[in-house]
Ligand binder design. Structure first.
Ligand code: ADP
Ligand code: MG
Length: 357
């Protein structure tokens, strides 16, 4: 088990102009932690992972495994296990031969190799599959072989780049539980890459949300969900309303804003919000935290329903509140509510949070 540190790491590709694929990233991944890089396509996740693996070298900055500086060390001198989206298995070799690959390179003896291959196949619940051919396995089983191949060398860090993307939805959910279990059992420090926020939330100890090569927020799934740092994070993690609301007064950790219709409510804000009276605050509120009632409700906002979709678990609505579209996910809706109706909305101030732009 080892911690991994990235210090001001940037990567510029030749001929890619001035924009950095990865821009001044600082991260510390704790020993044994399951840490995820999450963000939309092109935000720099794979480039960051490849620098940790040694397939790319940073343009600037340092990477450390524990106290060791590995910044310029080649991949085969880093003791990392890699798992890719497309598995990258050798189709003409058996399961056991695929898993043996890293041991062969390391010149591990026959008896010891056999013991470790059996152990790795056991870890991924594929004991007895050693003689099968890769093409006889399902996609989920192939991905577990890839995981066994990464684990058999007892890597100091396990690096996974969108390993579930080629699996169908149900298998993806099963396999993400498996990967988390295997990582916990082996105690290996894991750096995981995905664009899927539900996957990141379900698997990770902590998540770094990336946008345009930069890390926008690092935190536990709960912190990122309930206290998104920026409007981008609020919208990318689940769904969120980000409302522009005028600031009535501002304190160090609370900002009082005026809701559409004029009611003033105090809302929690990050310490360095920099807002003053007369400014506009960006206020995040989750659709599931808004409750609906009759339009005549005292103290509620009123709006007109413009979209209504029943999903079984909840009803998703879009409501026009004084020209501002507000998303609501309601377990209970007033009986007979339909598109075009006026409705009352309650936004609980304790569930609202000022975000940075
Ligand atoms: P992600 O994995 O988050 O989808 P990447 O790390 O693959 O993003 O890419 C980040 C940015 O760097 C993108 O704009 C991509 O086009 C660019 N990029 C990635 N690899 C290369 C490369 N080998 N040469 C030039 N540009 C690259
Ligand atoms: Mg990628």
């Amino acid at each position: 088990m080892i911690d991994v540190t990235l210090e001001s790491v940037s990567k510029r590709f030749p001929r890619a102009g001035d924009t950095a694929a990865v821009d001044d990233v600082d991260l510390r991944i704790g020993a044994g932690e399951f840490f995820t890089l999450l963000g939309p396509s092109g935000c720099g996740k794979t480039t960051t992972l490849r620098m940790v693996a040694g397939f790319y070298f940073p343009s600037s900055g340092r990477i450390r495994f524990g106290a060791e500086d590995v910044t310029n060390r080649p991949p085969n001198k880093r003791d990392t296990g890699m798992v890719f989206q497309n598995y990258a298995l050798f189709p003409h070799l058996s399961v056991a031969q695929n898993v043996a690959y890293g041991l062969k390179i390391r010149k591990v003896g026959r008896a010891e190799a056999k013991r470790r291959i059996d152990e790795a196949l056991g870890q991924v619940h594929l004991s007895g599959y050693g003689d099968r051919r890769i093409e006889q396995l399902s996609g989920g089983q192939q991905q577990r072989v890839a995981l066994a191949r990464a684990l058999v060398i007892r890597p100091r860090t396990l690096l996974l780049d969108e390993p579930l993307s080629n699996l169908d939805a149900k298998l993806r959910e099963e396999t993400r539980v498996e990967i988390r279990r295997i990582q916990q059992d082996s105690g290996t420090t894991a750096l995981y890459v995905t664009h899927d926020q539900a996957e990141a939330m379900a698997m990770s100890d902590r998540i770094a949300v990336m946008e345009s090569g930069r890390v926008r927020q690092v935190g536990t799934p709960q912190e990122i969900y309930h206290r998104p740092a920026t409007a981008f994070v609020a919208r990318f993690i689940g769904r969120s309303n980000v409302l522009d609301l005028p600031v009535v007064s501002a304190g160090p950790e609370t900002v009082t804003v005026a809701l559409p219709g004029g009611r003033e409510v105090p809302v929690a804000a990050p310490a360095e919000h920099g807002l003053r009276e007369g400014a506009t605050a960006l206020v995040s509120v989750r659709p599931e935290h808004i409750t609906l009632g009759p339009a005549t409700d005292e103290g509620a906002l009123t709006g007109r329903v413009t979209e209504l979709e029943f999903t079984g678990m909840a009803t998703n609505l879009l409501i026009d509140v004084a020209g501002e579209p507000v998303q609501v996910a309601a377990i209970d809706v007033p009986a007979g509510l339909a598109v075009g109706d006026q409705v009352g909305l309650r936004l609980p101030p304790e569930r609202m949070w000022v975000v940075n732009s």
